[in-house]
Design a protein around this ligand. Structure first.
Ligand SMILES: [Fe+2]
Length: 503
């Protein structure tokens, strides 16, 4: 901080007139920054005052000297906290320097008291200037904080912002913001709750989640700062409701996470270091972060809705395509149903079943991009037309690839026309290289195709279909899965529920 006495000039000039003394202020490394006289008092040279100031600054205490005759030179340090930032020097032509007052105090002692008091007043006036300058310093010097913020900004812009990413951000806060605990607390969106703390903080407060919850719940509803979306406790021992929550005094700052009028929760910091305070710049930084995150949460919700909407659109389109053709109506739903029955027999877990459910219902979604004239052609297909049909797994993949929620369901869809012997499409995968879901769908798809009417042939009976499937087990289909399907057909099919979809 540099010593700028701009606001204190008038005060010192008046004081000079009243006290009939002259004053000078010297700043560390900057020399004289104020003099109540236009000319330098002739009794003493500038160089001598400079040395005198250096002495005050280095000793950080009241000094006096009588360089010439009885003219006194007195000075005290000007401080900001513990740091000396300059000196206040008084010249006195009063010849009382050596006198002792009736109460026993010397003139020097009187001057010390007077100058110390005056320096105190100056220091108070300097505080506001200091704060502004410090903030500027922080902004320019605290590069780390700015970089951190930039990283957040770039991360929160990504549409796939997740709870894990938020946790990563919060993890970085204690170190970056020099605090002991950092948290986000969203009562209705607990997936976004995050907490990071230093080891010392964990030792002091083992149950941190509870501690944070109590900090939030203890906020007085009528606190004026809440209107500005933050709450601050500078010293827990002095703040009602906060005294007994930790074994040691702490300070606490929390800001609201809200966007577009929607309140999500709180983001906050706790520190056991009471020598520092929460600065306005930190409040601003935290506020910005909280708002950015609230924006992203709002966007994620919208994005998820949008994704759901797109998935439903695709599903509807698949059903619409099938519905146009008597021969394929209900095909995807039946394939889904058979696939899930097989999954049950195979003992797949809920997550795998969900993946299979979506890949089977959407397995032919690429047919959206294939002309109806080819899809519904009653006779055999030309080579070129067959090539177009063969494109449908790839086309479906392209349509659904941007949807994050379907990512794990894509392989089952993409590979449902691979053959067990490696002669299928699109990639010619072989045996167990073909994803399990794709092998299951292939079995279910084959059964439904054979047992459905086609323009060029009537439906075959399930028994005939099973016989065909046994023939192609090991070449077209996974033989183990054909066996599983036979069990499904003989034991489960009549009882099974319809394929209902929830995402
Ligand atoms: Fe297909």
């Amino acid at each position: 901080m540099k010593l700028d006495i701009g606001r204190s000039q008038d005060f010192l000039s008046s004081l000079s007139q009243i006290s009939q003394m002259d004053f000078q202020i010297w700043a560390v490394d900057k020399g004289m920054v104020f003099s109540s006289r236009v000319d330098q008092p002739k009794e003493i040279s500038l160089k001598e005052v400079q040395d005198f100031s250096a002495r005050i600054i280095s000793r950080a205490a009241f000094q006096h000297a009588s360089p010439e005759g009885e003219n006194g030179l007195f000075g005290v340090p000007i401080k900001n906290g513990e740091k000396v930032i300059g000196s206040l020097i008084a010249f006195s032509s009063n010849s009382r320097s050596a006198q002792v007052a009736l109460d026993g105090t010397t003139y020097a002692e009187e001057m010390e008291r007077f100058l110390t008091h005056t320096a105190g007043l100056l220091e108070e006036k300097l505080v506001s200037t200091y704060e502004v300058e410090q903030m500027a310093d922080e902004l320019s010097q605290n590069f780390e904080e700015l970089c951190f913020y930039a990283r957040i900004a770039s991360r929160v812009k990504t549409i796939t912002f997740s709870a894990n990413m938020l946790r990563d951000l919060v993890e970085e806060l204690p170190e970056t913001m020099r605090t002991d605990i950092a948290f986000t607390w969203l009562p209705e969106r607990q997936e976004y709750n995050a907490l990071a703390s230093t080891e010392e903080a964990v030792e002091k407060i083992p149950e941190q989640e509870l501690f944070v919850e109590n900090l939030i719940k203890s906020m007085p509803v009528n606190s004026p700062s809440l209107k500005e979306d933050y709450f601050i406790v500078n010293d827990s021992t002095l703040t009602p409701g906060y005294q007994d929550q930790a074994p040691e005094p702490y300070r606490f700052l929390a800001v609201k996470m809200k966007h577009d009028g929607k309140f999500y929760g709180w983001m906050g910091l706790v520190s056991f270091n009471l020598k520092e305070i929460f600065r306005r710049s930190e409040l601003r930084l935290l506020n910005s972060m909280a708002e950015q995150i609230a924006v992203v949460i709002t966007n994620s919700d919208l994005y998820r809705d949008l994704e759901r909407f797109v998935i439903n659109m695709v599903k509807s389109l698949v059903f619409a395509i099938e519905a146009k053709d008597d021969y394929t109506r209900g095909h995807s739903e039946r394939v889904c149903r058979y696939s899930l029955l097989m999954a049950e027999r195979l003992g797949l877990d809920e997550e795998q079943k969900k993946v299979l459910q979506w890949s089977s219902i959407l397995h032919d979604s690429g047919k959206i991009g294939i002309p109806e004239s080819i899809l519904n052609k009653p006779e055999g297909l030309e080579d070129e037309e067959y090539q177009v049909i063969k494109n449908h797994p790839m086309k479906g993949h392209t349509i659904l690839e941007p949807l994050e929620q379907l990512a794990s369901s894509l392989p089952g869809m993409l590979h449902h026309h691979e053959r067990y012997d490696g002669t299928g499409y699109p990639q010619g995968l072989r045996g167990k290289e073909i994803p399990l879901e794709a092998r299951i769908i292939a079995v279910a798809d084959t059964f439904d195709a054979i047992t459905s009417d086609r323009a060029y042939r009537p439906a075959k009976s399930p028994e005939e279909a099973l016989a065909v499937m046994e023939e192609v087990a090991g070449s077209q289909l996974d033989p183990d899965l054909v066996t599983v399907f036979k069990e499904v057909y003989t034991q489960d099919l009549q009882l099974s529920p319809e394929c209902s979809l929830q995402k």
